[in-house]
Ligand binder design. Structure first.
Ligand code: NDP
Length: 325
């Protein structure tokens, strides 16, 4: 039988962690025949709550769960880890400037990058969920010089799934009939959900521009706020579900003739500065995400992509000035 895959989850006692861990334990992260060992990282104040979650995991009697360990030290939490899900982050509080937020997150993602560099397994794959996810991933990566840059990714799969759901409702077709949607840029309100290359049942998607600009794009980009408004809490189960999708696809590949979206290190494609962690249409094969090449970009898309990438450049410049990268 296969040795368990080590999966480290940070912020394990949080809302997303609570939804995520049970899906990992049930085999949905990697596949139904792959045993997993969970390594939970929390800040010291939240270790007790993580222990409670670990008790519930034990009570699930999951056949694929080979054990759960809890840590408050990143060095230990990332020792030998194969998959790292970086969920815990410093949320923006009232009156906090973007620089303060980035600085607080530097204090989290710098030591985590260093710990991954020092102790993670050679095949380590990192997904950053905690916001500002793209730039947090950039910080972690810059402190892990021995890890190939393409192993650090940030999550835009929830945005991708939200876009699929909205388009499916608009066209009155199941999501399975839709292909080649794409999220470009930053996981923020500037993100660009694009239907330019999208297909419905093999044909190009025909929707009017006013719906795209006034309805589809803002609904996808502001969905997080709409959920907080309705639920009184931020989206957690859908975020966890998208994290599962991101890793499952990374490991198991995209189907022929389709792609998905993920924030990955730019290779300079589509005018996105090299090294920036930006969302692109991507395929996955042999455990690697690859940016879809050679797409024509129309003027509307160009302007939207450029605006979101400009925000990423600004975030990068801020963390550079703060000495975080
Ligand atoms: P959640 O579990 O709800 O969210 C965790 C992070 O995910 C936040 O940064 C949140 O960003 C982000 N996120 C990304 N996409 C989404 C989405 N679609 N919907 C909601 N959130 C999204 O936060 P909790 O406060 O419940 O839990 C956080 C936990 O992390 C706490 O237990 C805390 O102790 C822990 N923590 C651990 C650290 C560590 O291990 N070193 C460091 C810091 C915190 P946003 O705030 O923008 O919604």
């Amino acid at each position: 039988t296969q040795a368990p895959v080590n999966v480290t989850v940070t912020g394990a006692a949080g809302q997303i962690g609570y939804a995520l861990l049970f899906r990992i334990a049930s085999g949905q992260l990697l596949g139904q025949d792959v045993p997993v060992k969970l390594r939970l990282l929390e800040i010291p104040q939240a270790v007790k709550a993580a222990e409670g979650t670990a008790m519930e995991l034990e009570d699930g009697a999951f056949p694929l769960l080979a054990g759960t360990d809890i840590f408050d030290d990143p060095k230990q939490a990332f020792e030998g880890t194969n998959i790292a899900l970086l969920v815990g982050a410093r949320p923006r509080s009232k009156g906090m400037e973007r620089g303060d937020l980035l600085e607080a997150n530097g204090g989290i993602f710098k030591p985590q990058g260093e710990a991954i560099n020092a102790g993670a397994a050679d095949d380590i794959k990192v997904l950053v969920v905690g916001n500002p996810a793209n730039t947090n991933a950039l910080i972690a990566r810059s402190h892990a010089p021995d890890v190939p840059a393409d192993r650090f990714t940030a999550m835009t799969r929830l945005d991708h799934n939200r876009a699929l759901a909205q388009l499916s409702k608009k066209l009155g077709v199941p999501v399975t009939e839709l292909k080649k949607l794409a999220i470009w840029g930053n996981h923020s309100a500037t993100q660009y959900p694009s239907v330019q290359h999208a297909e419905v049942s093999g044909k190009s998607v025909d929707v009017d521009q006013a719906w795209l600009e006034n309805d589809f794009i803002p609904t996808v980009a502001k969905r997080g706020a709409a959920i907080i408004e309705a639920r009184g809490l931020s989206s957690a189960a859908s975020a966890a579900s998208a994290a599962i999708d991101h890793v499952f696809t990374w490991v198991n590949g995209t189907p022929a003739g389709d792609w998905t979206s993920a924030a990955v290190a730019s290779d300079g494609s589509y005018g996105v500065p090299e090294g920036l962690i930006s969302s692109f249409p991507v395929t996955a094969e042999n455990g690697q995400y690859k940016i879809v090449q050679g797409l024509e970009i129309d003027d509307f898309s160009r302007a939207r992509i450029d605006a979101s990438v400009a925000e990423l450049v600004e975030e990068r410049d801020t963390v550079q000035k703060l000495g975080l990268i």
